[in-house]
Every structure is written in C-alpha cells, then in structure tokens.
Write a protein that binds this ligand. Structure first.
Ligand code: URA
Length: 216
C-alpha cells in the first residue's frame, strides 16, 4: 500500500493484481460482463486491505484433536454502504469477503447543470460502533463523497468508523474530501491525473455506472 505526501489520509492499493485488473477495466473495449466481474474482484481485494486492522478477540473452540482459544472477529458486523448507482458494483466483492455484513444505500445523482449531488434515497443499517465502508468507484469532484459522508454522520455513524473505498480518484476530489473530513481514510487503486472540463476523471475509465450496467 502506498501513501501520498499531499494527501495524508489517502492509501493507494498498489497490489499487482489490483493494478492489472484496473488496466483491463480502463480499456474502452472491455465488455460490460468483464467490467462488472473485475470491479467485483478488485473490491474484494481492496476490502482485504481495508479490513487489515479490524479487531480480533478469541473464543474457545474444539478441533477434532483438542480445545483451543481461537481468533475471531470482535465487535459488530461491518456495514457496506454503496453510493448509488455505481457503488453497487463494489458491493458483491465486499459481501463475499464479509458475508455477515449489513448493507445500506445512499442514492445520489449528479445534477448535470450544477455538477452537485442530489439526494433521492437513504437506507442505512444501525450505526452504533460498527465499521462503515462507503463505496463509490469514482471519486471525481469529491462532492458526492462528502455528501454521503454527511448522510452517515447525520445517521450517527462515528467518523473514525468510516472508510471510503474508491476505485479511481482525482486529486481535485481527494482535496475536497480531505478539507471536509481530514481524518477519514480513503482507499483507492489509482490517483489519476485530473478532472476534465466535464468533471470526468482522466485518464479514468469513463462513466463507471454506464460501463457497469451497459447503459449510455
Ligand atoms: N463518474 C464516473 O463514472 N466517471 C468519472 O470519470 C467521473 C465521475
């Protein structure tokens, strides 16, 4: 995992499998079915890094040979929260990793005029001390990410329990997010160059939602 001197809360998951899969996702001719599968796989691999520090306790179990105190996850089940709609593409991989996780949704769309997020749906699991993994493949302007964070905080989720998972991020978005939530860790597979005039990440991979769902 790499850090970045300008963005202290950013973690770049530089695992070779993640990087290889992301390259295939970026290619313009990668079909929807493959794009979907790769996003699922990358989310699982990144989920592995995000959960590296979650606390363990022990419990007594019996193996076929003897009793032992064996490690087991402590605390409440984590929550996977997708920012609709593209965030849904990351849920399946995270769910495979954490089958008991709770799931929630924050529905936002980007107003084409203002480029600002508009909230149309929120349904979240109970907060109370669990880890919340907030996912959206593209952190572009950062406005949706900040808005979704505000939704979680309003719901009573503690800031220190939130991790943000983005497949690709733009420096502009990370800067905005960090201004609002400097203590929240962001995990991404790539910090790309910049946003273009239409607020798309370049080089990026295009519209993640359209590529994931085969829409235009
Ligand atoms: N959302 C996307 O899907 N792609 C971008 O490049 C920016 C925002």
């Amino acid at each position: 995992m790499q850090s970045h001197p300008d963005f202290p809360s950013l973690h770049i998951v530089d695992h070779p499998l993640v990087q290889h899969k992301l390259t295939i996702m970026r290619e313009k001719d990668t079909p929807t079915s493959h794009f979907r599968q790769l996003l699922r796989e990358i989310a699982l691999l990144m989920g592995y890094e995000i959960t590296r520090h979650i606390p363990l306790t022990t419990k007594k179990i019996e193996t076929p040979l003897m009793e032992m105190e064996a490690p087991t996850l402590a605390g409440r089940k984590p929550a996977i929260i997708s920012i609709l709609r593209a965030g849904q593409g990351m849920v399946e991989g995270l769910r495979e990793l954490m089958p008991g996780a709770r799931e929630g949704h924050v529905g936002l769309y980007r107003d084409p005029e203002t480029k600002r997020p508009h909230e149309y749906y929120v349904k979240l699991p109970e907060a109370g001390g669990r880890l919340f993994i907030l996912c959206d493949p593209m952190m572009a302007t950062g406005h949706s990410a900040v808005h979704a964070m505000d939704v979680l905080l309003r719901h009573g989720v503690e800031e220190h329990n939130i991790r943000f998972l983005a497949l690709v991020a733009a420096p502009e978005g990370i800067r905005v997010f960090q201004e609002h939530h400097p203590n929240v860790h962001i995990y991404t597979a790539s910090l790309d160059e910049k946003l273009n005039e239409k607020a798309y990440i370049v080089p990026g991979l295009g519209d993640a939602g359209d590529r994931l769902f085969g829409t235009k």
